[in-house]
Design a binder for this molecule. Structure first.
Ligand code: SF4
Length: 369
């Protein structure tokens, strides 16, 4: 246990120092990260890579982001290249990562950096907040990691660590302001970027949700949750409301030459700007809800289930073989050679898998993709 005579400021400085010593040894290797040894040798993080990674990591795990980050930075190595990219190619490369508004904001953000800031990222939290798609969390993370501004960065990992360190019993999300205030007391003026990443790493690898490994934690002398045996119960969470179930239909029309009918979804609404199969108005965006053309629609034989943040979705997939001169009232036929299921968002890809299985089953030719 720590010396109780120590001032809160001295205790916080001591914790932060121990955390940085731990980070110097145990920092996770990430494709977008400049590790502590490189930082010491003078390497600076590239704000473009930090910003791109932080946008991708919103609501998404490190494991899911790695390959996307690699593909994006190979294709668009700097912000000017991304700003000049075709929207459709960026949306296709984002397919499968989810929360598609992020991809649209990514493009808007890159174009704003080029048009309004001469291709150079704003170097402060406030300046970063002016970019499309950059909220308080992302601005703080980029300001700290790329520019060493002592901004307080509080993601889910940091919330967990702080709630345990200070034994915060208020349930989330109501506890967020107090957790942010407490996290700020730990943010040092020296190496704030490394401190932010150290807190995230500690939460991801040691102070884990169910079984924190307190014996290996550099902060255990100060941790109230550990000391009082309640660490694994924190943070407390308010019970979640049941998600409602929505139902709908997708129509997959296929010509004899293998072309399939796809539409680019409107910018607003779920999966905005992404390619998809015409469907009913399951996202309540006011789109037309009838089939895109008259045909003998047949049930593909399996439903598609998907869960969004606020609702579960169950979709019926209807299939039709249509003539070469079929004229849909929305969307366009994509030739078989140009159709890339991998460029579809996950929900639409699931529907294609159902349809392809049904087509293969009916024709005895196996799956088409
Ligand atoms: Fe988390 Fe345990 Fe470290 Fe406390 S001592 S911060 S509960 S790992």
């Amino acid at each position: 246990m720590r010396d109780t005579e120590e001032s809160p400021e001295a205790a916080a400085a001591d914790m932060s120092a121990r955390l940085l010593v731990w980070y110097d040894r145990h920092a996770r290797v990430m494709p977008w990260r400049v590790g502590p040894a490189e930082r010491r040798s003078g390497v600076r993080p590239d704000p473009y890579r930090v910003w791109l990674s932080e946008i991708m990591l919103q609501q998404t795990t490190v494991a899911a982001v790695r390959d996307y980050f690699r593909r994006f930075t190979e294709r668009w190595p700097d912000v000017a290249a991304l700003a000049a990219a075709e929207d459709a190619e960026v949306m296709a490369k984002w397919a499968g990562l989810g929360y598609y508004a992020r991809a649209r904001n990514l493009l808007k953000g890159a174009r704003a950096v080029v048009a309004d800031h001469g291709g150079v990222f704003p170097g402060t939290r406030d300046g970063l907040m002016t970019l499309p798609g950059v909220g308080p969390y992302t601005a703080a993370a980029v300001a700290a990691i790329a520019f060493d501004e002592p901004a307080t960065v509080v993601d889910g990992n940091v919330e967990r660590v702080v709630s345990r360190l200070f034994r915060v019993e208020v349930p989330l999300p109501a506890a967020k302001p107090v957790l942010t205030r407490l996290a700020a007391t730990l943010t040092p003026l020296d190496r704030p970027g490394d401190h932010a990443q150290a807190m995230m790493d500690l939460g991801a690898t040691i102070c884990t949700p169910r079984k924190p490994v307190c014996s290996l934690c550099p902060l255990n002398p100060d941790c109230q949750g550990f000391r009082e045996g309640v660490a694994a119960e924190l943070p407390r969470k308010a019970p979640k409301a049941e998600k409602p179930l929505r139902e709908g239909t997708l129509w997959i029309a296929r010509r004899a030459d293998g072309a399939v009918l796809l539409e680019t979804r409107p910018e607003t609404g779920m999966l905005g700007g992404m390619l998809g199969w015409p469907g009913t108005d399951w996202d309540r965006s006011g789109r037309p809800s009838g089939p895109p053309l008259e045909a003998e629609w047949q049930d593909a034989g399996a439903e598609v289930r998907h869960t969004f943040t606020h609702f579960h979705l169950r979709l019926t997939v209807l299939l039709a073989e249509v003539p070469q001169d079929a004229a849909p009232d929305r969307g366009a036929f994509v030739p078989q050679a140009l159709f890339q299921p991998a460029a579809l968002p996950t929900l639409m890809r699931k529907a294609w898998n159902v349809a392809a299985a049904a087509i293969g089953h009916r024709k005895g030719e196996g799956r088409l993709a």
